[in-house]
Design a protein around this ligand. Structure first.
Ligand SMILES: Nc1ncnc2c1ncn2[C@@H]1O[C@H](COP(=O)(O)OP(=O)(O)OP(=O)(O)O)[C@@H](O)[C@H]1O
Ligand SMILES: CC(C)(CO)[C@@H](O)C(=O)[O-]
Ligand code: BAL
Length: 356
């Protein structure tokens, strides 16, 4: 069947439409196709911040239409993780998206954000209720061994859930390009591998990590930190800076680079534990990884030309004794907040990773 492209004009969209069902999403997608419009897709879990908005802007620069999804996917949360308390902030998200749509409208160089897809869990998991159990039953996409390491070692069902929901979303939206943030670097590797291995017809694009002015990577979960833990949360990036220093001085062996990060974290941990309970913010180191930039395999030695991906995770532990009037963040400082970050470790004369 030949498509009669000439009779369907691209619709000049001025805003976005919220869509909750798969058939209506598919109808929008079909219209875009018939209009000869490319679609860039930005999957999110909502609680939007500048990191998400940067991805949407990038998608708008590179495509005629942008579809965004907001869906807190249950299967990527482990049984004891924060699914029920994950921030859901549609009213605030709507305001941010409307401002962005206005920005796009005023800028004729960019595409349009046309669809916000907010499906229910029944829509996304039609046959059986989603499970977070490691040995739970259901239709899943698993990408191993990539999914079992680093983030996957701490969150055993995480990448199974991410790959499964991304496969569903990509099948539904069928975008020309799909956008992910570098902050969740391992996720970008898992999705790229899935796209390659399952021959999905989309290009995976990765946007840089957007940071607060002091360097903390933006994350929807930062709202749980509160003032005291927020300050100490910078330790992870501080440890990366130590590694960057020793790398710039010529260290290439894993043990020197790794120890530079661990030493910095340990010193800062001791400093916090030495403080009284009402002043300290305790944290635990989850992992530090120095990995190949193409495969994410751990490296024993970093090649000067190729560099490495330096990534890590820490757990900010609950506050022990909040004091009167202290800003303790969403949840009153009672929950553990797991933070991740990464930089590209490379020689400063080459393309630079994050240098504050
Ligand atoms: N600081 C950031 N800079 C660039 N992209 C980001 C940033 N934070 C999140 N993203 C990207 O936005 C997309 C949606 O992420 P998500 O909705 O989980 O937000 P999040 O801030 O990563 O939340 P959390 O880390 O608390 O789960 C992902 O591709 C993620 O990598
Ligand atoms: C890609 C994603 C939207 C899948 O639920 C999520 O893992 C995220 O927000 O990074
Ligand atoms: N940003 C990745 C989603 C998650 O941590 O669950």
């Amino acid at each position: 069947m030949r498509l009669r492209l000439s009779i369907i004009k691209p619709r000049k969209l001025t805003g976005f439409e919220r869509v909750i069902s798969i058939p209506s999403l598919r109808q929008k997608r079909r219209r875009a196709l018939l209009a000869g419009n490319t679609v860039g897709f930005v999957p999110t879990m909502g609680a939007l911040h500048q990191g998400h908005l940067a991805l949407i802007r990038q998608a708008a620069r590179e495509n005629d239409q942008v579809f965004v999804s907001i869906y807190v996917n249950p299967t990527q949360f482990g049984v004891n993780e924060d699914l029920s308390s994950y921030p859901r902030t549609w009213d605030a998200d709507k305001v941010k998206l409307a401002a962005l749509a206005k920005e796009f409208k005023n800028d004729s160089l960019v595409g349009h954000m046309s669809v916000i897809f907010m499906p229910s869990t029944k829509e996304m998991y039609p046959c059986s209720p989603p499970t977070s159990e490691v040995d739970g039953q259901g239709s899943f996409v698993t990408i191993t061994p990539l999914s079992s390491r680093l983030e996957g070692a701490s969150r055993p069902v995480f990448f199974r859930g991410v790959a499964t929901v991304c496969m569903k979303l990509l099948n539904i939206v069928q975008p020309e390009r799909v956008y992910f943030g570098q902050k969740d670097i391992q996720q970008t590797f898992v999705v790229k591998r899935m796209v390659q291995d399952f021959h999905l017809n989309t290009e995976v694009r990765v946007g840089s990590t957007i940071r607060e002015p002091d360097g903390l990577a933006m994350s929807s979960r930062n709202v749980y930190l509160g003032e005291r833990r927020r300050k100490v949360a910078l330790v992870l990036l501080a440890s990366f800076k130590e590694v960057q220093k020793v790398f710039a001085r010529g260290a290439r062996k894993r043990r020197f680079l790794y120890n530079a990060a661990i030493d910095k974290l340990s010193v800062m941990k001791k400093q916090q534990y030495a403080l009284p309970r009402e002043k300290r913010a305790r944290f635990e180191i989850d992992y530090i990884s120095i990995a190949d930039p193409d495969t994410l395999d751990e490296l024993e030695e970093v090649d000067s030309e190729r560099g490495a991906i330096l990534s890590g995770a820490i757990k900010m532990l609950p506050l022990e004794e909040p004091h009167e009037g202290e800003e303790t963040g969403l949840g009153g400082g009672t929950s553990t907040v797991r933070l991740i970050d990464n930089i590209r470790l490379e020689l400063l004369s080459a393309k630079v990773g994050y240098i504050p």
